[in-house]
Design a protein around this ligand. Sequence first.
Ligand SMILES: Cc1ncc(COP(=O)(O)O)c(C=O)c1O
Length: 409
Amino acid sequence: MDFSTLYEQGCGKKYAYNFDEIIERHGTDSLKYDLAVKRGMPGDILPFWVADMDFKSPPEVLDALSRRIRHGIFGYSHTAGESYFNALYNWYNDRFDWQIRPEWLVKTPGVVFSICIAIRTLTKPGDAVIIQQPVYHPFENSVKNNGRRLVVNQLLYGSGRYQINYNEFERLIAEENVKMFILCNPHNPVGRVWTREELIQLGDICVRHGVYVVSDEIHQDFVYPGYKHSVFAALKPEYADIAVTCTAPSKTFNIPGLKISNIFISNEKIRRLFLEELKKLGYGQPNLMGMLACQAAYEKGAHWLDELICYLSDNLALFRKFLSDELPDIYMVEPEGTYLLWLDFSKLGLSDTELEQLLVHKAKIWLNSGPTFGAGGQGFQRFNIACPRAVLQEGLNRLKNAFQDIINQ
Ligand SMILES: Cc1ncc(COP(=O)(O)O)c(C=O)c1O
């Protein structure tokens, strides 16, 4: 059954997979669950922060991993046949009409790792790299940690929606002599799924000024009905020529701990430099379990994902209604993609520290604080809705109990 049919039938009615199952994650060395007390938070805080999900991976992925565990040998591994590539090819062809070639693929242990490799490969210390904040905070860290100069083109926020300031983007590129742009497509945390037209405006500016584009497309599979993800490098051959496209099955199938990402670089020279940098770091074969999970997920996980997006759409509907009924002064920026909601608390008139204190110690919910995402993050919090509905409902109740007095004042 394809996703549109499922959606029309009404999400949440007939799931083959049980996304309502609550799985205990405490005591599993989980970043999301097991770090609270160490970070000075109450032990009974409910986490809605880091971008992983509280759902089991698709059964087909678990089967592939179990089979290998029963085999019992975890030697150095590489994808000897064509089946790994074919799984990726079919996924991108079917979902994004993007036809990849085997030679473009470089497997790495993560997208942030790959962004750092691209920065080290294509720019020199002191060179300027541009990003559009508020954005996933490791972009800023990756630029600064590698001794490059951060240039920020802040997104425009108006009428509850985010847009790109193209004039400022081009002005900054020219004046700051920018060498690289790190694009977040779709955009975490503001939830925009950039349109073809928007990407073309950005891409043309980058081509005009000889700016490389690292396109982080890790959230490409989470797009809500009515929106469509465009692979930046697929839009024009001249974009493919300047692009490093970062993808991964990790968000989509909830396997970030298995450390596998698939990076596509069609420009031979850029790819050679990228591979040389990997070699300098001594990086060779990817993680065996990551590769197995990735292949199984792309071969057999499509139906699971389609249902998951339905489930997330229902979570989103619940969230939207709850805020408008109970907490109308907290504004949800309507997401076009991702399971991360960007919430505007600015109407409450609290400082970010006061807001944080209330969320952590009164509501006892753990979100990502807006200022972490850089310029334009003040007054916002990021809320991860990829959890069973009952957990989400509990989080919303906690939010209401802690904030209704302030809102009714
Ligand atoms: C935009 C974006 N890029 C990259 C990552 C992390 O990717 P990885 O774990 O492969 O480094 C995340 C995780 O939240 C993300 O939101």
